[in-house]
Design a protein. Structure first.
Length: 618
């Protein structure tokens, strides 16, 4: 508003000056009353008012009162009152959770603004721990985001879509490397110096071990909603929910459709680095290096060399001028995702089946590295009888990481520390030497000769459910349960190869070949295998019934989980070449192998009681 007032004054002064000099002889000057009215309209005044419930007349505490189109706003106090500085005639937007928002025109006199209940919001069902509740009856801190809001960003990793969409959730991403690009999630900040990961519950199954990795790679088109439980709302999950709970609900089939609904979503997009540092060129590097040595009392190294960059006498075969950020990173990298789903059913059987494929490349130049996933999901519900319903949920995912011997952090370190007077590739195409041990960043990111780190992850998750209503005992009584079995298999093959680099000899005019690697010049292979299984059994006795104006819901439940797995790893050195990349072709010297296992178990007894007096919500 200050900008608008300042602009208006400038216009009035300019017009008055033009009239005085006769530039606008035909323009009439506004009358005194009109000018005063205009000034009042544009000037900030103190606006007062009260926001009340339309039905009861009671004040609404904490309602938002904002001048439309601005960030100028306040919230109402304990008596529903507000005081706001804004021009008379401004449009005020008033909103509060559970009420329909309204817009009113501000007046100089105190206003009473009435808000009516938003019945659709109040009746909306929210997923909570081990059940659902109407939004109007939820007393804990629960934040919700729809699945349709998550697939609009184009992020390959679901956790990267949380930032700014879920109140109280902080998502920080420290790497954009495909396959390792998950965000660190904090619910209402960091509560411990240890493990800060929240508990992830997918379709009612709590998985503290692989839940987060399953969430990261989920197909966003399969997600119906995500609810985040904070503080006391997460207490029903016990100590494993100390950092909060993320509840994920996937889509299910719908009945009543004559034909199945087929949906396809596809995208091809380009990613780029947020920003990259602007490194010094060769002349600047030599100049500053000599300056540092001067103040350290050391002799300069480049005093007779650096001036050659300015007068053109530099030996271009011996001294390059390489922009390593440009040599290693490209401007954009491609990624693509394609998803197909079928949704339908009858009154007896409903189904939702989907398949998804995604592919990503890193930001490296001329690279062979990539990351891809393929996953399928099937959710089937069957009404066996009037009182018995069963369900089968199956989903599987395969991830393939084709990466290099160094991670993105190491590549970035090598790139920013490489000397700009070294070549990435000489004019004749031979690769330059790198800083030491052949670590030329341009070679490291290509992946053609240096080796590889290939990781295959397989996830198979299954869930078998039932719900039995028991009206013959009492109305509203039911027994439900499920058995969930989550498998994870991981195979990794990590090979460090040898590669050739060249150093130019200015005396002989020859390129001296160096065959090496950071591991002493020998070819090494490490191979590992890990498999794990999580078994969860759940049984719940539920009661839900309405007596006149009184609604009672309660349940008691038992749950147990066992998670175990084993790891095997072997290593061999001194391979003759990297084509025979199998452990049996390595040397016996220095070979090693190891194995380990792990197991954890959990038992839970828990319950909940809810009572709602309905007449206050009518």
């Amino acid at each position: 508003m200050k900008t608008f007032q300042s602009t208006s004054r400038c216009k009035h002064i300019l017009m008055a000056g033009m009239l005085a000099w006769g530039v606008l002889p035909g323009l009439a000057v506004p009358g005194t009353n009109d000018a005063a009215a205009l000034a009042v309209t544009q000037q900030n005044v103190t606006l007062k008012g009260t926001v009340v419930d339309k039905k009861t007349g009671e004040p609404i505490i904490g309602a938002n009162v904002v001048v439309k189109g601005t960030t100028n706003g306040v919230i109402t106090d304990l008596d529903g009152n507000y005081i706001l500085q804004a021009p008379v005639g401004s449009v005020l937007e008033i909103s509060y959770i559970g009420y329909q928002s309204v817009e009113v025109s501000a007046t100089a006199r105190p206003q009473t603004i009435q808000l009516g209940e938003d019945t659709e919001v109040l009746e909306e069902v929210v997923v909570v721990g081990y059940g659902v509740q109407k939004k109007a009856t939820v007393t804990g801190a629960v934040a919700t985001v729809k699945g349709s809001d998550l697939k609009t960003t184009g992020n390959a990793n679901i956790t990267n879509t949380f930032a700014g969409k879920i109140p109280g959730v902080v998502a920080t991403n420290r790497s954009g490397e495909p396959g390792n690009d998950a965000s660190k999630i904090y619910i209402r900040g960091m509560g411990t110096l240890g493990d800060t990961n929240p508990l992830v519950v997918i379709d009612g199954v709590a998985d503290p071990n692989n839940g987060l990795s399953n969430l990261e790679r989920m197909n966003p088109n399969d997600i119906e909603s995500i609810n985040v439980l904070k503080d006391a709302s997460a207490a029903i999950y016990g100590s494993q929910a100390a950092n909060g709970v993320i509840l994920v609900t996937t889509k299910r089939g719908s009945s009543g459709n004559d034909k199945p609904m087929v949906n396809y979503n596809g995208s091809v997009s380009l990613t780029q680095n947020t920003r990259v540092p602007d490194l010094m060129n060769a002349y600047e590097y030599m100049t500053y290096s000599d300056e540092i040595r001067k103040y350290k009392g050391e002799a300069p190294l480049y005093e007779n060399i650096k001036e050659g960059y300015l007068d053109g006498t530099i030996d271009r075969l011996q001294y390059a001028d390489t922009d390593w950020m440009d040599a290693v990173f490209r401007d954009v990298a491609p990624q693509t995702r394609h998803s197909l789903s079928i949704n339908g059913g009858t009154d007896k059987v409903r189904y939702y089946v989907s398949g998804d494929y995604s592919y990503q490349e890193p930001m490296y130049e001329n690279t062979e590295f990539n990351y891809n996933t393929f996953q399928v999901r099937s959710n089937i519900d069957a009404q066996v009888s009037k009182n018995l319903k069963i369900g089968v949920d199956l989903d599987g995912r395969k991830e393939r990481r084709n990466m290099g011997i160094y991670d993105a952090y190491k590549i970035f370190w090598e790139t920013t520390n490489a000397y700009p007077y070294l070549y990435d590739y000489y004019p004749n195409g031979l690769p330059g030497p790198g800083i030491n041990q052949g670590n030329n960043p341009a070679i490291l990111v290509s992946g053609k000769d240096t080796g590889y780190d290939k990781v295959d992850d397989y996830f198979v998750n299954s869930k078998f459910t039932f719900e039995l209503k028991m009206p013959w005992i009492t109305e509203g009584l039911s027994l439900s349960g499920y058995g969930a079995f989550n498998f994870h298999f991981r195979n990794e093959k990590y090979l460090i190869d040898t590669w050739d680099t060249y150093r130019y000899d200015a005396n002989t005019k020859d390129y001296i070949k160096q065959t090496t690697n950071p591991e002493g010049g020998t070819i090494k292979l490490t191979q590992s295998h890990e498999n794990s299984l999580s078994r969860t059994l759940h049984l719940k006795l539920n009661y839900d019934r309405t007596f006149g104006d009184h609604h009672v819901s309660a349940f008691v439940a038992y749950e147990q989980n066992k998670y175990d797995g084993e790891v095997f790893e072997a290593f061999r050195n001194y391979f003759l070449n990297s084509k025979l990349d199998y452990l049996s072709f390595g040397g016996d010297k220095e070979k090693t192998n190891s194995g380990s296992g792990y197991v954890s178990v959990r038992q839970n007894f828990f319950g909940r009681l809810n009572y709602t007096l309905l007449k206050f919500r009518k």
